[in-house]
Design a protein around this ligand. Sequence first.
Ligand code: NAI
Ligand code: MG
Length: 371
Amino acid sequence: MAKYRLAILPGDGIGKEVIEAAMIVLKRLNLKAEYVYGDIGWEFWCREGNPLPDRTIKLLKETDACLFGAITSKPKEDAARELAPEFQGKGLSYVSPIVKLRQLFDLYINLRPCKAYPGNPLNYRDHIDLVIVRENTEGSYAGVEFFPLPEEVRRALLVHPKMKDFKDVSGDEIAVSTRIMTKKGCERIVRAAFEFARQNNRKSVTLVEKPNVLRETGGLMLREARRVAAGYPDIKFFEANVDAMCMWLIKNPQDYDVLVAENLFGDIISDLAAQLVGGLGFACAGNIGDKYAVFEPTHGSAPKYTGLYKVNPTATLLAVKMMLDWLGETNLARTLEQAIAEVIKEGKVRTYDMGGSAKTLEIAEAVAARL
Ligand code: NAI
Ligand code: MG
């Protein structure tokens, strides 16, 4: 009897190849699961006018969690041109399916572990083991933006004294993006960071913000963070400005533990931290809500490597590890992580990014052989 029903969404390009690698490892782990494959990506935008078909959403709703590969997305003009003739001129617009998934399932946590596995020649330094907890649904990526600026929005903004400086700029010469933060959004992301810290024996949580300049949104986040932190006296709480944090992450990355940030700041420090521990071949993310979660490597479909089975599947294998943890299969997660760490340490089977010539599936087989 299968204990879990898991959705597998390979997507485009190398997404399919790294998911194939993940399945080798999952089958070997003998997880009691049923795997159901779903459609997502550029192919479905072109053919059906929807990169995330309704049948895929239905399928996800009938599963416990999802493993996602990668998709291709292209600029507006290409999206219009490549759309099948029967869908042209119908006013369809391309929406990133991963962004849509985050909204649909309220996956408000973006969990990004960054660990320097010993022996990885791409490590910037040893002993880095930090986890970024990024807010995934609001902040600077809430998506509320204007260009040209509608007159009624300009009038509404004029309640703010600083807006007077821009009162004579014409609507088609001014673009406005908002940074929307709610008390609920701030509270729950900071709480998620502290809960993660407690459950994983982490010593500290650092809030990465900019409340000295972004006084209202940053201030709200800071107040909520301090209030939540007071409920976790066993875990140290630090506050840092995002710009300074970028310097410190280069200077002393080994000093940091759990970092929590809003969407844009979290996105930036996640990529910075990913490069400290090997880059795209090692960077994975969990998009996690209260009831559902989607796990993925953070890289894209890498068109130039598609079909070559050259890319590093480690990020996807680490995403599987994270999924196992989330499902509560902590022993299997630990076993998998140890096997990945051994393959990295031994250094015999390495993909091109690590200076080797092994193929994608050879890494998966080397990991599977240690399970
Ligand atoms: P990309 O992440 O696909 O690849 C950039 C480069 O990083 C590759 O050419 C390769 O040199 C390296 N790389 C990526 N994954 C690797 C791996 N597993 N092992 C070793 N090296 C790896 O980013 P790019 O080229 O900017 O975007 C390609 C497509 O992917 C675009 O259509 C973009 O919109 C989409 N994309 C999708 C994402 C997703 O599905 N979550 C995330 C980022 C980009
Ligand atoms: Mg990013």
